[in-house]
Ligand binder design. Structure first.
Ligand code: PEP
Length: 253
């Protein structure tokens, strides 16, 4: 059975003390609830807080991921963080190809593919974001756009490597806007992505791939989104910054 995953993407938010407070609040809440055994919680804080958050967890409450990685192995790339560095901190995951990185830092599918390769080489699991912008949806091009992102970002991988991939479908028009895809819109895109994976790698791989939904997911809409057969959890932005909301979503299965 594929994993249910609820991952918090803190983006560029919180000071060190605020981040410390958030993670201890999350742990306190996790201690008071019974989480579904198949649900995995992942926290993706900013780079400077990765060690603090990892130390808190010791893998017992949640796993930890970064929000970005370099496509290069090492060397003179000022300001970049390599997959080898993340591996040496014993991190488990890393978000790649978030729409904010695609839009503000011009990340292409080719760059996403190179980052995915670096992560897999260093034994981290990539959480690969795909999704269409509003004009693409309005033009009825959402399936085509997402297919291109999936193909160009991921389909160079072998089936064995693909088994470590988590996909997050995040319609860009729903990110941080308060607009959420309807459960039907989420399900049809997730089913589309799973079909693409099945055609490329076969049913067993497609059935095991966790496909998360992202885009204004909140405690009030998580239940109906997660009730869809192809929605295996969420990548949560704004609502991951409040322990109550984040845990409200994590308990929505
Ligand atoms: C995100 O950016 O990954 C995201 C899903 O953001 P939000 O939940 O704030 O829409």
């Amino acid at each position: 059975m594929r994993k249910h995953i609820v991952a918090g993407n803190w983006k560029m938010n919180k000071t060190f003390n605020e981040a410390d407070e958030l993670v201890s609040d999350i742990i306190e809440k996790l201690e008071s609830i019974e989480l579904d055994r198949n649900t995995q919680i992942i926290l993706c804080p900013p780079f400077p807080y990765l060690e603090m958050v990892s130390d808190y967890s010791d893998d017992s409450y949640f796993l930890v991921g970064a929000q970005n990685v370099s496509d290069q192995e090492s060397g003179a790339y000022t300001g970049e963080v390599s997959a080898a560095m993340l591996e040496s901190m014993e991190l488990d995951f890393c978000i790649v190809g978030h729409s904010e990185r695609r839009a503000y830092y011009h990340e292409t599918n080719e760059l996403v593919a190179a980052k995915v390769n670096q992560l897999l080489k260093h034994h981290l699991k990539p959480i690969v974001c795909v999704g269409e912008v509003l004009e693409e949806r309005e033009a009825g091009k959402q399936f085509e756009v997402v297919e291109k992102q999936v193909r160009e970002g991921l389909f160079h991988l072998s089936a064995t490597d693909f088994a470590d991939i988590i996909i997050a479908y995040e319609p860009v028009w729903a990110i941080g806007t308060g607009k959420t895809a309807t459960p039907e819109q989420a399900q049809e895109m997730h089913a589309h992505i799973r079909q693409l994976i099945e055609k490329q790698y076969g049913k067993a791989v497609a059935d095991e791939t966790s496909i998360l939904y992202g885009g204004s997911c909140k405690p009030s809409n998580a239940k109906e989104l997660f009730a869809n057969p192809d929605v295996d959890g969420g990548l949560i932005g704004g609502a991951s910054l409040k322990a109550d909301d984040f845990i409200g979503i994590a308990t929505a299965f």
